[in-house]
Design a protein. Sequence first.
Length: 341
Amino acid sequence: MRLLILTNTLDCLGENDAVISNAFRRSGCEVVLGEVNSIAADDYRYFTRGVLLRAKGLPYDVGSSALGDRGPYFLDECHLVWVMSRPQDRVARDVWQMLWLASQHAAFVNSIEGMMFLNTKHALGHLVPKENRAFSYTSNDFSLLWERYRQEEDQCWVAKPPNGFCGENVFLLPPKGPNVRAILQCLTGTIFERYAITPGSALRGFRADYAILQRFIPEVAQGEKRVLVACGKALAWYGRQRHPDDHRSNILQGAKPIPVDLHSGEIELVELIGQRLMKHGINFVGVDMAYPYILELNMDDPGGLYDAGLVSGVDRSDKVAELMINRFESAVLRKRCHPPG
């Protein structure tokens, strides 16, 4: 099997780039690392700049550079494609379009449709049972969110962008908080202020950002857990201990990974979500939870395997490779019987 991992850079491998490529190489697979932002077409056959990793030798470390001759690799000549990183905003539309077209002729670990439409907080309502998700409002109208908050201003709320990640612009809104109005205005684009300061600014372009107003979940104070689910199976997990000066549990925001256990209810819940995602072509996901609530689903480059291995001493990447190879081996056989061209 030849696996193509599409990532942002070949000069500084991320956690999943290194850990997963090492696991597939140990399984006897060829691994190509390619640049997701360099997708191109040769007479409508899609390729990327990449490196075929050495079949043998030392494993790659996080932060290392992909060694080898760099050249073009066609997606339809790979048995399996794993989009590990989302493309940069400037080229995202073109890249997603070309990747979707390429996916008609190559197997993808996570479907382009799934990554485009389910890799967002909007999707929790579709994938997570009602009793396992926090009550929330979504709008790009500041006045609507502000009115909702005022109707229950004795509650503690969280406000955040639906497509943010790594804890970016996630705000804790206390009961009757003095800055809540300003925060909601900021998250939705401060459009009224812009129009007042610069009359006619509406003609310069639409500006009304979406935000989610979500009831605060007390269970979060006890700590969040990140669970990696591969082919519907919970494989690795760890807890996230918040920085004492921050309400967010993101590692990038100062939280620390800690060893934790999962009880049967937690495993059952994340595997239910994993099975639902597989129906949409999503076979690898990071699930953030504070049981009984699901907080977020992460489908592009979800951290977890590396940190879970550090805190538990158990590397589960070989099991990920085994599950993926078994799931997609029929696609490999079809490819061998019907090579591209």
